[in-house]
Design a protein around this ligand. Structure first.
Ligand SMILES: Cc1ncc(COP(=O)(O)O)c(C=O)c1O
Length: 349
C-alpha cells in the first residue's frame, strides 16, 4: 500500500459526533471512498481489473470523486458518465485534474437521465470488453463494503436500536443495517429519500435535493429491510444542514442535513433508543449554493415542516415538505399493488 493509499483509507473512515444523549452521527468526509476502495480491491484480487486497466461508472458525483482518487493513485484510466444537470463545473474540474474523462449526458427532464447514461456506458463496454464497471447500483459488493462501517459503529457506540440513512444506491443503509441486524435483530432501519425519487414508489420527476434518490431502481435498495421511509424536501434538508453547522460545528452536505433531521426526530420520540445517523459528505462542495445566502435568498422565508406528515398513500410534495410512510419491511411491488395496482417497472423512466 502506498502512502497515498494509506491516506485514502484514513479519509474513508468516519468521525463519530454526539448530537444528543441518544443520537450519534457517523460523519464522513467522503463516504463513497468506502465502497469504491472495497470494490476496486476485489476487482484487482479477482483479475477483473488488470494493471493499468480502464474503469467506467455512472455517478452523480461523490462515487465518481472517490473512484477518481483511487484510479489516480493506482494508475487506472477512468471514464465517468454523469448528467448535465448533476455535474457542476468545479467538480468536473476536480475529476479531470485526477485524470478522469467526464461524459455529461443531456438531461432535459432534470431527473438525472440514468437511462441515457446507462446506454452510453453499455455501448462503451461493448467496444472495450476489458473495461471494469464497478456497478455501484446493483453489485452486492457496494453493500458488503459497509461491514467496516457496522464494525466501527459497534466498536465506538455499542448497542444500536435505530439506523437512519439516505438512500441513493441503497448500499450504505442496507449494507450497514444488514450487518448491524446480525448483532441487533430488532434494529429499526429508517430510509431517507426525497420527493419525486422513484425508490420508494413516488412518480419520477425533477428533484431539487441531490445526492440521494434515484430515477431507476438499484438492486442494492432492499425494501424488505426498511421499517420507515421519510421523504425530505430540499428546504428542510438545507435548514438542518445549517443547524448542524451552527449547533455542532459540523459542516456537512445537504443529504446529511436530511438524515440528521429524521434521526433527531426519531431520537426525540424514542428517548430510550440509541439512534445512529449516517452523514455521507462535507459541505464544501455546496458552499456556493446551500451555504450561500444570495443563492438561498428567494427560498429563506418559506414555511418549512418541522414534523413529518404521515402519508396514507404515496405521493410527491413541495420542496418545503417532509413526509413519512410506515413501510413495515414490505416489498416495493407489495406496497404499490396495495395502493394503486401499478408495478415498479411502470413507474420507472
Ligand atoms: C452525498 C450523498 N448522500 C447520500 C448518498 C446515498 O448513499 P447510497 O448510494 O449508499 O444509498 C449518496 C450517494 O451517492 C451521496 O452522494
Amino acid at each position: 500500500m502506498s502512502a497515498g493509499e494509506d491516506y485514502l483509507r484514513a479519509y474513508e473512515t468516519p468521525r463519530f459526533a454526539q448530537l444528543a444523549p441518544n443520537l450519534n452521527a457517523a460523519c464522513f468526509s467522503l463516504m463513497k471512498l468506502m465502497p469504491a476502495r472495497f470494490m476496486v480491491d476485489r476487482a484487482e484480487a479477482s483479475g477483473r481489473l488488470k494493471r493499468g486497466g480502464h474503469i467506467i461508472e455512472t455517478t452523480s458525483g461523490t462515487f465518481g470523486l472517490a473512484i477518481a482518487m483511487l484510479a489516480a493513485t493506482r494508475g487506472y484510466a477512468l471514464t465517468l458518465v454523469t448528467a448535465s444537470s448533476l455535474i457542476d463545473l468545479k467538480l468536473k474540474r476536480r475529476l479531470e485534474q485526477l485524470g478522469a474523462k467526464v461524459i455529461a449526458i443531456d438531461d432535459p427532464q432534470g431527473d438525472g437521465n440514468q437511462r441515457g447514461r446507462l446506454e452510453y456506458l453499455h455501448k462503451t463496454l461493448q467496444n472495450n470488453p476489458d473495461t471494469y464497471w464497478p456497478r455501484q447500483y446493483d453489485s452486492p459488493e457496494n453493500r458488503l463494503a459497509y461491514a467496516r462501517l457496522a464494525d466501527l459503529v459497534v466498536r465506538s457506540l455499542g448497542r444500536v436500536d435505530c439506523l437512519v440513512g439516505c438512500v441513493g444506491t441503497g448500499g450504505s443503509l442496507c449494507g450497514t443495517g444488514g450487518f448491524l441486524r446480525e448483532l441487533f435483530p430488532d434494529l429499526r432501519m429508517i430510509a431517507v429519500d426525497t420527493h419525486r425519487s422513484m425508490l420508494f414508489g413516488q412518480p419520477v420527476g425533477r428533484r431539487i435535493l441531490r445526492g440521494l434518490g434515484n430515477s431507476v431502481l438499484p438492486d442494492n435498495v432492499r425494501h424488505e429491510m426498511i421499517d420507515d421511509i421519510h421523504w425530505v424536501g430540499a428546504l428542510p434538508a438545507y435548514a438542518m444542514a445549517h443547524g448542524l453547522f451552527r449547533d455542532h460545528g459540523l459542516f456537512m452536505g445537504p443529504t446529511s442535513g436530511a438524515a440528521a433531521l429524521v434521526g433527531a426526530w426519531f431520537a426525540r420520540q424514542n428517548p430510550e433508543a440509541s439512534t445512529v445517523v449516517i452523514m455521507p459528505d462535507e459541505g464544501h462542495r455546496h458552499s456556493d449554493t446551500v451555504y450561500n445566502p444570495d443563492w438561498l435568498a428567494g427560498l429563506k422565508d418559506w414555511p418549512i415542516s418541522l414534523e413529518p406528515t404521515v402519508l396514507k398513500r404515496i405521493h410527491p410534495a413541495e420542496e418545503t415538505a417532509w413526509t413519512r410512510f410506515p413501510w413495515d419491511r414490505r416489498t416495493l411491488s407489495g406496497v404499490l399493488a396495495e395502493f394503486d395496482g401499478s408495478s415498479p417497472a411502470e413507474r420507472q423512466v
